[in-house]
Design a protein. Structure first.
Length: 514
């Protein structure tokens, strides 16, 4: 099985792998189809005429169609169909984005896929009963005339080289260009002929223009090739990322299985149970001299039993020590928790005391006493000192009382003043209300309405008179202009040496008045 991939390489299907041979560099690369993500075997294959894309069918039960890109060898898509296929015997790409596949037994159906969207467009039985079949898609004339359909990197690069070198396919390069490219080169040669040179342009200038145009075309082709290389690289990166993700998932599953197996092995090695059952608690058997006495027993040497008992005693002592240590540790933890709760309660009491102290107000007497206590001075508690303190307190209270009385008298005086002012304002308000009422009673509303209407009528008449005066003036001015134009036309028709005296006088008066 062999096919050409995008006029770039030749692919050979060899059972479980595919061999690619580059047509330009003769470099060989391999694609392994030995797993579910990469494909299980190669039954048949085909290459796209314009794109560096290869499709092959798997050699397994319920095969799939796998599409890979060259030279990245990245999986572009996997077509699964309707899962009713038993095998594929032939594949073929159309010049558009379609892939045609011929299935094997039992129905030999033709399947048409849109390989970019992974969609099965149609499936139709053929009625043939032979595996020796070959698929060929007829070319599309409209598709062949469009240069933009040629989207391979090598074609664009070779075309760019030939554009600048002005050489044909037979003299430059080893790559066979499609017919569209050859037609394009021929068209460029036709445009570069001297007969297409504009009139009045120098020959050297025309050659410079041709050179600049070909350099521009070369830059465009190289830019397109770089874009295609970038898109292929992005597709390869995406495929590799998907493969890395799947490999990581598989590795995580294997690590989880390995960890589970290690745990099971450790449990089996450390927690193995061996049960020895002695009938009726006897550790010795009755010996009758027959071999049947030892059928249901285990013979153990006395030293082994003593060693086992010593091991059991050591294990028991270790277990008791561990239990004692655990109990002590629990008691220590309980004691620490109790101390923590006690300290929390003590902290809460101290906060309550602090709040009580902060809320407490200290009088001047207490402050003075504390001050005297801080100065280590004792308070004089004699009769004379007490009487003096009492007199001072009484005097202070009387002074405060006098100040309060004085402020009370001032407040009463201001209240009386405000009351008198309020009474005066009330009297003024009543007087104004009486005057307003009398004015309303003396008011003649009908006379006011009549005067207002007469005023509005006079204003409307004045406005109308002014409008009519302006209209008369405008019409008079227009009449004068028309009369002047008439006289001018008359003078042009019947020229005279003198003008009409009346007309000139009238026009002069009009100009002076304006």
């Amino acid at each position: 099985m062999a096919c050409v991939v995008g006029n770039v390489a030749v692919a050979f299907g060899l059972g479980g792998h595919i061999l690619f041979v580059n047509l330009k560099t003769s470099q060989k690369t391999y694609y392994l189809a030995d797993s579910a993500p990469a494909g299980n075997g190669v039954a048949c294959l085909t290459g796209h005429k314009l794109f560096p894309v290869l499709a092959f069918a798997e050699r397994c039960v319920n095969p799939r169609l796998v599409l890979i890109s060259y030279p990245a060898n990245a999986v572009l898509s996997i077509l699964e169909g309707d899962q009713m296929e038993r095998s594929y015997i032939a594949l073929c790409f159309s010049e558009s984005e379609l892939l045609v596949a011929l299935t094997g037994v039992p129905d030999y159906s033709l399947e048409v896929y849109a390989w970019r969207s992974k969609e099965l467009l149609c499936k139709k039985p053929t009625g043939i009963f032979s595996d020796q079949q070959r698929l060929v898609c007829s070319p599309s004339t409209t598709f062949a005339t469009q240069l933009r359909s040629i989207v391979t990197v090598s074609v664009f690069q070779d075309l760019a080289k030939r554009i600048v070198a002005k050489k044909t396919a037979g003299t430059h390069g080893n790559l066979l260009l499609p017919k569209e490219c050859l037609d394009y080169l021929t068209h460029c040669e036709t445009l570069d002929q001297q007969s297409n040179c504009p009139a009045g342009m120098d020959g050297s200038l025309w050659q410079t223009l041709i050179k600049m145009r070909r350099i521009k075309i070369e830059s465009e082709f190289r830019l397109k090739s770089c874009e295609l290389m970038l898109s292929d690289a992005e597709a390869a990166i995406g495929a590799f990322q998907r493969e890395i993700t799947s490999k990581r998932n598989i590795l995580a599953g294997l690590e989880q299985n390995l960890e589970q197996l290690q745990h099971e092995k450790f449990e089996d090695a450390t927690n193995r149970t061996v049960q020895l059952v002695m009938k009726r608690g006897w550790i010795e058997i009755q010996q009758t001299g027959r071999e049947s006495d030892f059928e249901r027993c285990v013979l153990i040497h006395r030293s082994d039993v003593e060693d086992i008992n010593a091991i059991i005693r050591r294990a028991g002592s270790k277990k008791l020590n561990a239990m004692v240590n655990a109990a002590m540790f629990r008691r220590k933890i309980i004691y620490q928790e109790w101390e923590h709760r006690a300290l929390k309660l003590q902290l809460r009491d101290l906060r309550d005391q602090l709040a009580t102290v902060e809320k407490c107000k200290i009088t001047k007497e207490v402050q003075s006493w504390l001050k005297m206590k801080g100065m280590r001075r004792t308070e004089d508690l004699s009769q004379v000192a007490l009487e003096k303190k009492i007199r001072n307190a009484i005097q202070n209270e009387e002074e405060m009382l006098q100040e309060l009385k004085k402020s009370l008298e001032d407040i009463e005086l201001r209240i009386n003043t405000k009351r008198r002012e309020n009474k005066a304002l009330d009297q003024q308000t009543r007087t104004l209300n009486i005057d307003v009422t009398e004015q309303h009673l003396q008011r003649d509303t009908e006379l006011e309405q009549t005067e207002q209407k007469a005023t509005q009528d006079r204003m409307a008449a004045i406005v109308e008179r002014a409008r009519l005066v302006r209209l008369v003036q405008a019409q008079h001015t227009q009449i004068l202009e028309l009369g002047t134009m008439l006289e001018l036309q008359r003078l042009k028709t019947y020229p005279t040496l003198t003008a009409s005296t009346s007309v000139m006088t009238h026009n002069a008066h009009h100009l002076l008045s304006n």
